[in-house]
Write a protein that binds this ligand. Sequence first.
Ligand SMILES: Nc1nc2c(c(=O)[nH]1)N[C@H]1C(S)=C(S)[C@@H](COP(=O)(O)OP(=O)(O)OC[C@H]3O[C@@H](n4cnc5c(=O)[nH]c(N)nc54)[C@H](O)[C@@H]3O)O[C@H]1N2
Ligand SMILES: Nc1nc2c(c(=O)[nH]1)N[C@H]1C(S)=C(S)[C@@H](COP(=O)(O)OP(=O)(O)OC[C@H]3O[C@@H](n4cnc5c(=O)[nH]c(N)nc54)[C@H](O)[C@@H]3O)O[C@H]1N2
Ligand SMILES: [Mo]
Length: 779
Amino acid sequence: MTSPAGQAPEALNENEAFRPHTSHWGVFSARMKDGQLEVRPHPGDPDPNDIIQNFPGALRHRARIAQPMVRRGWLENGPGPDDRRGRDEYVPMSWSAVLDKLAGELRRVRDDHGPGAIFGGSYGWASAGRFHHAQSQIHRFLNTSTGGYVKSVNSYSSGASSVLVPHIIGDYEDLVKRNVSWEQIAEHSEIVLAFGGMALKNSMVAGGSISRHVERGAMERAQARGCEFVLVSPLRADLPAEAGAEWIANIPGSDAALMLALVHTLVVNGLHDRSFLDRYTVGWPVFQRYLLGESDGQPKDAAWAAAITGMPAEDIVALAKRLHGKRALIVVAHALQRAEHGEQPVWMGMVLAAALGQIGLPGGGYGYALGAIAYYGRRYNAVPMPTLSQGRNPVSDFIPVARIADMLLNPGTTYRYNGQTRTYPEIKLVYWAGGNPFHHHQDLNRLRQAFARLDTLVVHELAWTATARHADIVLPCTMTLEREDIGGNANDPLLVPMHPVVAPYGEARDDYAIFADLAERLGTAEAFTEGRSVRQWLEYLYEPTRIGLAEKGLPAPTFAEFWASEGYELPQQPDDGGKLRAFRQDPAASPLPTPSGKLEIFSETIASFGEADCLGHPAWLGARYVPDDANPYVLVANQPRTRLHSQFDFGGHSGEGKLRGREVARMHPEDAAARDIVDGDIIRISNERGACLAGVIVTDGIRKGVVQLPTGAWYDPVDPSEDKPLCVHGNPNVLTRDIGTSALAQGCTGQLTTVQVERFDGNLPPIQAYDPPDSAAAE
Ligand SMILES: Nc1nc2c(c(=O)[nH]1)N[C@H]1C(S)=C(S)[C@@H](COP(=O)(O)OP(=O)(O)OC[C@H]3O[C@@H](n4cnc5c(=O)[nH]c(N)nc54)[C@H](O)[C@@H]3O)O[C@H]1N2
Ligand SMILES: Nc1nc2c(c(=O)[nH]1)N[C@H]1C(S)=C(S)[C@@H](COP(=O)(O)OP(=O)(O)OC[C@H]3O[C@@H](n4cnc5c(=O)[nH]c(N)nc54)[C@H](O)[C@@H]3O)O[C@H]1N2
Ligand SMILES: [Mo]
């Protein structure tokens, strides 16, 4: 191995001490003993979770990719559209041969079509670790070595809110990360109204690292102090028992109507905070005319909302009165905006909090997405975090991230996004490292058609995900426990030396090493590697943190001292409520970064875009998920408890949560009885886009008429040559619709759809998702 990136990590210490590591779901330590991986959570974590227990079974699972592979059709016929992707054979190849081929293909696409024909958005969560962060690596590689790439903007998490919030509140990060904290809830909140809840299954996770899970304890302390929690959600488990919550099981997708009726009730009873609305907001008068029905003839009152939400009118009125006069916090989960018209509940949540006059007060106001991820509601670190520079992308073209299938299927056509009319580029090559579109995208049968159109699909993966199985070139990468790194998160104080505990699986290599050797072939090695080995990069990335500590007059360990430690506690910034608190204290001196400097209940900017599905003020635009005879249930496709997305679905903890190997759906007892379904059955969930099997738990913890199936079971088509094969494993994205939230944001709408459900009595097909695809003899 000649490139600096190829140097071996330090010697591994089998049978010895546990050494620190971290993951998106918690800091832990690990060791190999007698060939077995053992993991245990960080001793300082008050509420660790079992997702780390997916590591031992996953480490050497047959689903891992052992060597570089090339799809037979691509090898034989060269680059080009091919609907055999997803059902073709693979041919193993040596690293040097496969990288020669890939470098040649990158050169061809760049020279013949320009870098604007390369899609390198590569969305996905990858693994923790500040250096081996797959997106940073791939973007840095494409920027230095191919002349750039078409990127994606925003996320599947917050596609609608991250576009909306800058127009109406200000900086998105300030809203979710420097606003109401768990410390404030424990101490100050008197009532927390949580739309979509703050499920502990979700706050298990924080991208990058998390050393302390505080959410359960904070809710417990608040409740013991007398704080009331009210959960509005189709699932009771969306708040923990510790919150002692009252559960309102509303109809999915109806929250904006409920919020309108709550504000309507405040207004007609004179309970809205007029001085707050005058001083801190713009556009209330226009909105109030809509609210009272003066502009459209329909007052948005409790009786109107009762039919839409499934909540009795008198309960809506009582809830509005209960919110008044208290330190009230309105929480809106990300999930509510991952649906058609998802902008509306996010905007209405702000309006409700403003009408209560609570924004900017400790423990009060608007806690958008609080509890969805464990880096929300925390303090920021006071020193810089190690960060790998991605360099500059010479290509300015982009798509909103969830529009990928639209882009591939409709090159040259136009679409609306954030006030612009944009044109989809013509993409020839897609390069993915660190994400799984066959996990995250909607309408997977449509995604397969989109990928069939490409010249070339390249994937770096540690396991045979469905995305890897559709690729033309599959490059096996290391998993986190096979490499050294620095772990941390800007909202968690512990900086973690991540030690490797085992040698790479098969021929797997770090993403960095793969890109370094590709860059060598493209003549850009120096620009990509800057001549550093992995260890030299870690030392280099650590330096700004060390300098930050020294400048504060704090002990500033050298890299060697940090590396020998169990982790280093960084200083944190005060929990000061951020820009919203400062704005409340002095709106003239600390205006919000919106066009008016205030909270925008009416946005001139959004109104000027003229979109029918996102007006100048929040509104009820009609129900989007209405059951009918063909599809009588609303499906909630939310985040899984036993893993992060699709990661290590083949691990032990994820497997234990399944039923006869299938992902588990939840149904209400009356719905189950009507279909002769009992607890433990296998069901078939279907609609016009596709079908999947799932196990079923029958429970009264779900609203009648709603079926819930979490994401993350690997796509497992029984016969991939069919257009709409049955997924035998329970991936809900064969059912969800691939459509944007609105012309404003074009966000992901994967959370909700409508479906049919029946008992499955046929022979149960085996799970094949983890078996490597057929491969031919080596080249
Ligand atoms: N129906 C529906 N769909 C949804 C959602 C929903 O609510 N409903 N939620 C959406 C949301 S919020 C999100 S964020 C997305 C998540 O979608 P993704 O982030 O794409 O899902 P992950 O399973 O985390 O995919 C990460 C992939 O990276 C691989 N990986 C891990 N480490 C490395 C590494 O070091 N190098 C490389 N090359 N690969 C690595 C893993 O094996 C895994 O396949 O899903 C979205 N999809
Ligand atoms: N264990 C685990 N934790 C995770 C993740 C994971 O994969 N596994 N993923 C992480 C990521 S990337 C993200 S972005 C966050 C996502 O955070 P969210 O998007 O908030 O999480 P979800 O679990 O999809 O949805 C939360 C709850 O919203 C409820 N809900 C759905 N639709 C509606 C509706 O219309 N109205 C109301 N009132 N409630 C509704 C559902 O019952 C659901 O359980 O979670 C993070 N946390
Ligand atoms: Mo997400």
